[in-house]
Design a protein around this ligand. Structure first.
Ligand code: NDP
Length: 448
């Protein structure tokens, strides 16, 4: 059987078995199609049913999460944990609290996480979880009661060497604190490494806040260096103004670039002198305000309503760091027309598939999310190491390790793309590099 025939067969089985799970099917189709040359070179993977096993989560846990709101009413949400693949280490992946959460979304995220975690080079498998609970508009006490109820079931399935959840959308320091506090109480065990994203007073890692944004810039700098250029004197546009965008902006500026724009879901700011990040941090991190308030402090800047138009700004480097699907084919065409050299993804799936194709066709260097934003989970794995050793590394130690990891992710993705006949296609290279390590570990461990 050829690689193409094998991939088509598995995709059609996945379609039959996972009816209506659009996000999961899209993710499987995208990844598997890029793996075709791997199966032509390694027919032994076909014989061992690697793909058939890989697309089926090892374990899925769905559970009832009852809690009592501030008015004394009973509320019921649905909890999920999908333990996707443990071939290279304990399941690892965030918990998402958002009304849109369902089985398909958690499976899609867990599937993708398996490859991203593999790319970091650290011993972590893939998992994901969450609930359709919406923390927006809930009081701290309501969030706490929800987290305690959620953990009263989740604790049975996680553990230092089994499954280590982290934060994701809707799960920040507050939620991780409530989850960890309750886990510790019912287990009577200070297993700090069972959750990551913890506060610095109880086992969190220095550098985690900066890790995804800094990691994105380290990855992109390596891609630029490999093409005989760098961030120095480049004009950069970054979408979003949250955690990833702010620290990408900081590191890109340190490396000599001029970041001229940031956005939020209402619109974008343009500052031709380069964004003053202290002003942005005060608005976004301290006051949780809107990006247009930047003009109160920097009246020479411009504010434009509507965030999609940010890609109309002429730039050398575009870093989408806001949300999924934010850079579509029309935006890609404008960026190309304006001479963009690099698009590198800080958010998860911000660039639509047709936009990626258009960018690649036009010779724009493209850094895919799976590789470029893996700095966050890599730093989470470093948090697990520190917890196991009962040690805390300095910021500089963590940052140095992060940089090394991001450089290696770029090199491994690039080498895989070359080895499998598609030089320069870092998206394909990242999928292949992440996959091959998992496949080899699965081969070594037998049919389990
Ligand atoms: P935050 O919630 O901190 O920030 C998100 C930012 O994006 C906010 O400024 C938000 O604005 C803005 N935004 C939301 N929707 C849009 C839109 N349609 N157009 C423009 N801006 C928008 O999230 P993070 O920075 O943590 O995460 C950003 C992305 O990176 C997500 O896709 C996330 O999954 C991904 N990611 C994050 C990691 C991390 O460690 N934080 C790790 C790996 C991936 P507003 O304030 O108006 O909502």
């Amino acid at each position: 059987m050829s690689g193409r025939e094998y991939v088509n067969k598995v995709i059609s089985e996945v379609e039959k078995r996972n009816l209506g799970e659009k996000e999961f099917l899209d993710a499987v189709t995208e990844v598997l199609n890029s793996l075709v040359p791997v199966f032509d070179k390694h027919p032994e993977y076909i014989k061992e049913g690697i793909l058939e096993r890989l697309v089926e989560p090892e374990r899925q846990i769905f559970f009832r999460v009852p809690w009592i709101d501030d008015k004394g009413n009973v509320q019921v949400n649905r909890g999920f944990r999908v333990q996707f693949n443990s071939a290279i280490g304990p399941y690892k992946g965030g918990l998402r609290l958002h009304p849109s959460v369902n089985q398909s979304i958690i499976k899609f995220l867990g599937f993708e996480q398996t490859f991203k975690n593999s790319l970091t080079g650290l011993p972590i498998g893939g998992g994901k979880g969450g609930s359709d609970f919406d923390p927006k508009g809930k009081s701290d006490r309501e969030v706490m009661r929800f987290c305690q109820s959620f953990m009263s079931e989740l604790y049975k399935h996680i553990g230092l060497d089994t499954d280590v959840p982290a934060g994701d959308i809707g799960v920040g320091a507050r939620e991780i604190g409530y989850l960890y506090g309750y886990y510790k109480k019912i287990k009577n065990a200070n297993d700090q490494g069972v959750l990551t994203g913890k506060g610095l007073t109880y086992g969190g890692s220095l550098g985690r806040t900066e890790a995804t944004g800094y990691g994105l810039v380290y990855f992109t700098e390596e891609m630029l260096n490999d093409n005989n250029t760098s961030f120095e004197d480049k004009k950069v546009v970054i979408s979003g103004s949250g955690n990833v965008a702010i620290y990408a902006c900081k590191k890109a500026t340190e490396l000599g670039a001029k970041v001229v724009a940031l956005s939020d879901s209402n619109g974008y700011i343009y500052d031709e002198n380069g964004i003053n990040l202290d002003v942005v941090k005060e608005i976004k991190e301290v006051r949780r305000g809107r990006i247009k308030e930047y003009l109160d402090k920097v009246p020479t800047a411009k504010y434009v309503e509507g965030c999609r138009k940010i890609w109309e700004i002429k730039c050398d480097i575009a870093l989408p760091c806001a949300t999924q699907g934010e850079l579509d084919i029309e935006s890609a065409k404008i960026l190309i027309k304006n001479g963009v050299k690099v698009v590198s993804e800080g958010a998860n799936m911000p660039t639509t598939l047709d936009a990626i194709e258009e960018l690649q066709k036009s010779g724009v260097m493209f850094g895919p999310a799976k590789a470029a934003n893996a700095g966050g989970v890599a730093c989470s794995a470093l948090e697990m190491s520190q917890n196991s050793m009962r040690l805390s590394w300095t910021f500089e130690e963590v940052d140095e390790k992060l940089k090394e990891i991001m450089v290696n992710i770029y090199k491994n993705s690039k080498n895989a793309a070359e080895e499998y006949g598609n030089p320069g296609n870092i998206l394909m290279g990242a999928n292949i590099s992440g996959f091959v390590k998992v496949a080899e570990a699965m081969m070594a461990q037998g049919i389990v």
